[in-house]
Design a protein around this ligand. Structure first.
Ligand SMILES: [Zn+2]
Length: 404
């Protein structure tokens, strides 16, 4: 049966350049895929029969894609948040054994079922903010047993959830207290990566590339080992210092390099030339009160592809609402509204190599569609912190509807 969605105020296709706006747009869906996009009149003429969803003058756009989260963890870090507000830096907290390691402790102590329940609740809320595709990283286990436990939780979330969930192995998120870093890297290379790959538990392999975590050489070794077993490389690069993350991403042609606060013009040109997607995480800048900003004007000038992610994690971004991330991309990083919306849809899809399936409203793609209570797209960042989502549709099926 054909399902038609009609009578939007604006339909953002995200096809080609810009937002691809169709006024009074509509579309037709069959078997969970989009089969046509046009004006309401065109759609009703071509498809006179079938189900109808009346968008009643609302905004239609593709479901949001969040290409960077650390969603599976136990415990919270509000005390650290408080300390940071009093002037203690992220790096100092990490060096005192706080930061990531306190979440590692809580996550190790939690059972697989407990972790699943915590994460499942978060995903239900995330869907109500319009995210229909979500990347999730491991990285709070830091042992073979616990990293696999987290990745199995992600697999259960994938199996149960109606949204698309993309798993990333981030064993190199930090190193555990109980062993030397060199020994931990050996475990990543010789035990974790082979086990993760053998069990099909991740699509990507990521590292936290910083001089005080995994330096350029160590990051390279880990990412190449991952790639040799089919895990595509991603990098947390140049977040705290200029540590070579973006340079490495270009050299090994990583899918994306994320953060990029300290990356130079030279780094960014190389990223563009090697097809590396820049994933910007403005919620983290807000949370950490970073004064340093990525070179957005330069990125725009050279035509580097910019995606936006939430970086949802207990230490540096408790924000998982993509409309808020879009606002922050505009307000903190200076993206235009068009760039920010592209970043959260089609370019987010590119950052997880799913642009053939999702991220725009085009024939053949999955029918992942949002209906927003807004006359036009500018309201998304403008109505800061308000949830404008009326309906969330995933693969043609309504999976969330606002109740008044
Ligand atoms: Zn991150």
């Amino acid at each position: 049966v054909i399902k038609r969605i009609i009578n939007s105020s604006q339909l953002l296709t995200l096809r080609g350049e810009g937002l691809g706006i169709i006024r009074d747009g509509g579309l037709a869906i069959r078997d969970g895929r989009i089969i046509d996009v046009g004006t309401t009149e065109e759609i009703l003429k071509k498809f006179p029969e079938g189900e109808v969803i009346d968008a009643k003058g609302s905004l239609l756009l593709p479901g949001f894609v969040d290409p960077h989260t650390h969603l599976v963890f136990a415990g919270t870090r509000e005390d650290e948040f408080d300390l940071r507000l009093k002037g203690v830096s992220y790096k100092e907290i990490a060096e005192r054994g706080g930061g990531i390691l306190s979440t590692v402790k809580a996550t190790r102590e939690a059972s697989e079922d407990e972790l699943f329940e915590i994460a499942w609740k978060r995903i239900r809320e995330i869907i109500s903010w319009g995210t229909t595709t979500l990347e999730i990283k491991s990285g709070y286990g830091l042992s073979l047993r616990d990293e696999l436990k987290i990745l199995r939780v992600i697999k259960r979330l994938r199996d149960k959830s109606k949204i698309d969930i993309v798993p990333t192995f981030l064993g190199a998120h930090s190193f555990p207290e109980e062993i030397e870093k060199g020994d931990y890297i050996k475990i990543i290379l010789e035990e974790m990566i082979p086990e993760v790959a053998r069990n099909g538990l991740a699509r990507f392999c990521d590292v936290f590339c910083e001089n005080f975590v995994f330096n350029y050489e160590e990051s390279k070794q880990i990412l190449l080992a991952g790639r040799s077993q089919g895990l595509l490389p991603k990098i947390h690069g140049d977040e705290i210092e200029h540590s070579g993350g973006a340079r490495l991403a270009s050299e090994i042609r990583a899918v994306s390099c994320d953060h990029l606060l300290y990356s130079t013009e030279e780094d960014l040109i190389k990223m563009r030339d090697n097809g590396v997607i820049a994933v910007l995480l403005p919620a983290t800048s807000l949370f950490l009160k970073s004064r340093k900003k990525p070179l957005v004007d330069f990125m725009r000038r050279i035509g580097l592809t910019i995606a936006l992610g939430s970086d949802y994690n207990p230490g540096s971004s408790m924000i998982y609402q993509m409309p808020i991330v879009i606002s922050l991309g505009c307000l903190i990083y200076g993206l235009t509204i068009e760039e920010a919306i592209r970043g959260a849809t089609i370019n987010g899809a590119k950052a997880i190599k799913m642009e053939d399936e999702i991220g725009s409203l085009e024939s053949g793609k999955k029918a992942d569609i949002l209906i927003l209570d807004a006359q036009n797209y500018k309201h998304i960042p403008y109505q800061f912190g308000r949830n404008l989502i009326r309906t969330v549709i995933k693969k043609g099926e309504v999976i969330y509807e606002k109740t008044c």
